[in-house]
Design a protein. Sequence first.
Length: 208
Amino acid sequence: MIAIEPHPQLDAGCFVTRFTKPLGELTTPPSILDLLAESTDVPLSSSDDVRKATRDVLRHGGFKPTGRNKPASEYLIKAVQQDLLSSINVAVDVLNAVSLHSGLSISVVDLRKLTGSLRITIAPEGSEYVFNPAGHVLKLDGLLCLFDEHGPCANAVKDSQRTKTDENTTETLSIVWGTTSLEGRTQATVRWYQALLSECGGSCESEL
């Protein structure tokens, strides 16, 4: 279970997915790869209103979601426009497709790399973590994050390198960082997300 501390705007969609094989042994279907591009044949599409609402959720704790700290969903749009979005693994590819078109940032972490109790809350001053293999650090002050007993490990900007999926991952935890100002959008995003994961052989559990 994830304990979600009160937040006036957060509408999080959380669920677990179990794969029949490690991600390194699975191939992303062409139908998913086709979604890693701008397309009109999708059930959800982003907009300026969605982008503004997504940023507003992150501003609540004092975090500034601009520049290099903008939501991950906005990075995906830029990556597609510059033809830089490529396949990583089936779990991340499905996430990227859904986040790109829904406009909502999504985290996916390796469930087995999480330890102890889980909670979603705003990171205190001085919080940070490494977010890529190169050792680059994201300052988390005021940013809404997922925490395990070792500290923050995921958010709507960049997930922690510590808990990212890898070729051995068989179970993932996904968090759709939705907002109450976009009524029903989190639920619609989760439904589409889970449907695509099912097409890839993933078995999704109900929201936590």
